[in-house]
Every structure is written in C-alpha cells, then in structure tokens.
Design a protein around this ligand. Structure first.
Ligand code: HMG
Ligand code: MG
Length: 298
C-alpha cells in the first residue's frame, strides 16, 4: 500500500467542540498555525452552527479570518443551513461541509430535523456554494452505529452518501460517530458505499471509543480508501453522541502510515508539540498513544 493518503485534520473543530474548557480565538488560531507548521494542510477550523448547540465553536468567523491562509492550506468549516452558509461565506470560507446522519434519532438530536429535512436544507446551500465557487464536503454520521438506535443498516448509509454525492459534494466522509465499528464491518461498509460513490472520494472519519479506529482504517485502506479524518492528540466527540470519545489521533495515523512506507510530510515532533500545547490548555493528557510514547521519552 505504498501510495498517498490525504489526511483531513479535524482537531480544531471536532476536537474542540465537545471540550468543557472553552478555548479562545487566539489559542484556536495558534493551534491551527501549529498544525500547518507540522505539515498538515487540510484542516477543519470551525463550525457555523447555533451557539446554543455548540458554544465551543462561537467566533469561528474570527478564527477563519485570523489564520494565515497559506497557499498550500485548505480550511473547512461546518455549515448546517443557509444561515450558517451566509456567515461562513462572509468570513471568507473557500470550503464548507454539510453534515447529515444515517440515523433519524441522531439527526433529530444533532440538528433538530429529520434526514429528509436536512437534505432539503442543504440543497440551497449547495446551489449558493456552487455559484460562489465554494467546495462542499458531505458527512454521514452514525455509519456503524447510533447512540440512540443501535445498529444502522448499511443501505441507509449508502443511500445518504449517494444523495450527498449527487447533490455535488466533492467528497463524502463516513463518520463512525460513536466509535463502535470493527474492521470487517468497516471494510464491508466501504465496499457497499463504493458501489454508489467512488472509493477515492470517500473519507474515513472514525472515532476511537472502543479502540478500533486504527484497525478500521487499515481495513478501509485494504478496500482502497485513501482519505483519513483524524484529530491531533485524539481529541474530539460530539455533545449529541453520548458516550463517544475522540477521533483517531493524527499522530497515531501518521505513525502507522509512515510505518507502511506512506510518506505523510508531517513532522511528528512539531505535531506532538501542537498537541501538547492544546492539551495543556484543556488540562488533560493527549489520548494519542504515539504522543504519550514520545512525551514519555522527553
Ligand atoms: P434549530 O433550533 O432547529 O434552528 O437548530 P432554528 O432555525 O429554529 O433557529 C434557532 C436559533 O438558532 C435561532 O436563534 C437561529 O438564529 C439560530 P434565536 O432566534 O433562538 O436566537 N441559528 C443559528 N445560529 C448560528 N448559526 C447557524 C444557525 N442556525 C440557526 N447556522 C441547528 C438547528 C442545525 C441550527 C442546530 O441544531 C445546530 O446548530 N446544530 C449543530 C450541531 C453540531 O454542530 N453538532 C456537532 C457537529 S456534527 C459531528 O460532530 C459529527 C461529525 O464529526 C461526523 C461524525 O463524527 O459522525 C461531523
Ligand atoms: Mg466526528
């Protein structure tokens, strides 16, 4: 498997959205700049969502305006509706992500509408983004299980991924929101979805609640998937997904890929330093095993 993998860093968004300690704009910008310096180029930097739903993402406009917008960087933000779109566009977003769920209960808990209603909300967002030359990514949550409904049928994931792809999303990210997936199921799911969306356009967004995320990623890579969402330090979680912990850690993904002969261009020392900085602000040691191992050697 010696080829290239796209790492989509979600630490500044997914990583911080569920933290009790609020992280201010300057520290969020410093985190993003440190990730860029470490060699990560595709970074989700915030969310234009209701401040009542996710207070941690308040001032995402200031974050987006404050980062250095290096030529080699791509910066995404979450947008749930037209109101969010307008704010993201006004703040200069060049890439946004709409997010739906394969489970009705999670859709209701997370964005207060049914799956069909969420798609209806995304349609005008897609039209406006296309007219404004803004790239749109699509998320499907609960692809391997739902905190409220338990098992989710793969067909529900396939249909929703196809809907987002047909709407014009350039990539569809499959979220194991509560980190319950296992390798064989992950691989089977990717194979099923790849019947509707090209495998090269599918991202694996695996939370690590049950410690399976790296194994699931490897299984997905065997199936041909080459886009990985991860968060520095293994930060992450969603307040509407009870019991879920962080995303797979970027350090752990980079270590695995480099061990497979896949160059990531990431400077591990700088990445761990970025993680340590944000972990210090949050007041918790990083969940990343690689960060912990390297910190123990210092
Ligand atoms: P709602 O209450 O149904 O919305 O929420 P509404 O249209 O009735 O508006 C209610 C209030 O929210 C109004 O303000 C609106 O102006 C405001 P009020 O009059 O009460 O003062 N509002 C907004 N404010 C700022 N930005 C907006 C916006 N829209 C309305 N865009 C809504 C519906 C979708 C807005 C809400 O439920 C929401 O913001 N949810 C976001 C939840 C979220 O961000 N979850 C975490 C991200 S998803 C995730 O983590 C999963 C993922 O990582 C993949 C995976 O792991 O599976 C992506
Ligand atoms: Mg997530």
């Amino acid at each position: 498997m010696s080829d290239t993998v796209r790492i989509f860093e979600v630490g500044p968004r997914d990583g911080l959205q569920n933290e009790k300690t609020p992280i201010g704009v300057a520290d969020r910008i410093a985190f993003i700049e440190a990730l860029l310096d470490a060699g990560l180029h595709t970074i989700e930097v915030g969310a234009f969502v209701s401040p009542k739903a996710i207070p941690q993402m308040v001032n995402s406009d200031q974050v987006l305006r404050g980062i250095s917008h290096r030529k080699d960087g791509e910066f995404g933000v979450l947008v749930p509706n037209e109101k969010g779109y307008e704010a993201a566009h006004a703040a200069g977003a060049r890439e946004i992500a709409v997010f739906a769920a394969a489970s009705e209960s999670f859709s209701r808990a997370n964005i207060n509408c049914s799956i069909a209603e969420s798609i209806a909300r995304f349609k005008p967002v897609m039209t406006r983004a296309t007219a404004d030359g803004i790239k749109v990514r699509g998320y499907v949550s609960c692809v391997l299980g739902c905190p409220y409904e338990g098992e989710i049928k793969p067909e529900a994931v396939v249909n929703l991924a196809k809907t987002l792809w047909d709407l014009g999303c350039y990539e569809v990210s499959l979220g194991d929101t509560i980190g319950v997936g296992t390798p064989l199921k992950s691989r089977q799911l990717l194979r099923a979805v790849a019947g509707a969306v090209p495998i090269a356009k599918l991202a694996m967004h695996f939370h690590d609640t049950y410690g399976q995320a790296l194994a699931n990623l490897y299984a997905g890579m065997e199936e041909g998937a080459r886009v990985i969402d991860s968060a520095a330090g293994g930060l992450g979680g969603c307040p509407f997904a009870p019991g879920a912990t962080g995303n797979v850690a970027t350090e752990d993904v980079v270590y695995m890929l480099e061990g497979m002969g896949i160059e990531t261009g990431v400077d591990m020392t700088k990445l761990v330093a970025a993680t340590n900085q944000i972990s210090g602000l949050i007041g918790r040691a990083p969940a990343s095993r690689v960060a912990a191992a390297l910190n123990a050697k210092r």
